[in-house]
Design a protein around this ligand. Structure first.
Ligand SMILES: Nc1ncnc2c1ncn2[C@@H]1O[C@H](COP(=O)(O)OP(=O)(O)OP(=O)(O)O)[C@@H](O)[C@H]1O
Length: 233
């Protein structure tokens, strides 16, 4: 009998990235090879400036690497199309949230569903959005409030609900618990674990938080542009 090996949902091969500044070039990532599987919650750690956000921008299709390839389900992202990848297969929770500031929390979530063509399996988009906002601890009153009238931590939770609203294969998040108290952060970690383990999604989170790392299935550490260590095999 031959063993069936599943194609990684995301594969980075010989990935390097260099920023071209006005005076000098900075190589941030050097020849990185990494595979990510469905059903797994990953955290990426590393000192400030080690290239974590850069790695996330490339892997989520927001930027293109100067060298190397990125494959989603075996298909090169340049062939699949970055727009299609970001719309249908990947969702990102940004460090700065990137919410639509003239809208309510609820509209931020439903708009994301409209743009990506996400139809909830049951109920209307609005019902599903309220459900997701409740899951991250935002009640109906907060859901209807303009996002600028929410605290930083509450805005961060709207950004998480918005990413959860799009039924994608990979969820990326950059410091998603940075502004949250311990209990709320624990709730978010539990959501990420459920997404990976119950819904077979791949969750990839950049963080400095050891608590978040401890809640994940695998941690990768970036140092000087290389992956210097992985644990929890
Ligand atoms: N657009 C850019 N142009 C030039 N250099 C950049 C650009 N973006 C990031 N850098 C540099 O690339 C390096 C890696 O940045 P990156 O944001 O990926 O690090 P990080 O590990 O996420 O840091 P932190 O933990 O502080 O958020 C830093 O030295 C940064 O100054």
């Amino acid at each position: 009998m031959t063993a069936v090996t599943e194609t990684p949902v995301l594969q980075l091969s010989a990935l390097s990235h260099t920023y071209q500044g006005q005076r000098r070039r900075t190589t941030v990532l050097r020849q990185i090879d990494l595979s990510f599987e469905r059903g797994t919650f990953y955290t990426i750690l590393g000192p400030s400036g080690s290239g974590k956000t850069t790695l996330l921008s490339l892997a989520s299709g927001l930027d293109t690497p100067t060298q190397g390839t990125i494959r989603f389900d075996g298909q090169d992202l340049t062939q699949l199309g970055l727009g299609r990848y970001r719309n249908k297969h990947a969702a990102t929770v940004f460090q700065q949230y990137n919410l639509l500031t003239y809208m309510s929390a609820l509209r931020n979530v439903t708009t994301a569903m409209e743009i990506t063509g996400t139809k909830p399996p049951t109920g209307r988009r609005k019902t599903r959005a309220l459900e997701l906002l409740a899951q991250v601890g935002l009640d109906t009153d907060m859901a209807h409030r303009n996002v600028l009238k929410l605290s930083g931590g509450q805005q961060q939770r709207v950004a998480i609900a918005r990413a959860l609203a799009c039924d994608v294969d990979i969820l990326f998040a950059d410091e998603p618990t940075g502004n949250l108290d311990e209990d709320t952060a624990d709730g978010i970690i539990a959501i990420f674990r459920r997404l990976a383990h119950d819904q077979n999604k791949c969750v990839i989170v950049v963080t400095h938080s050891q608590t978040l790392a401890a809640g994940s299935d695998r941690t990768l550490t970036l140092r000087k542009g290389k992956v210097s260590g992985t644990n929890k095999p």
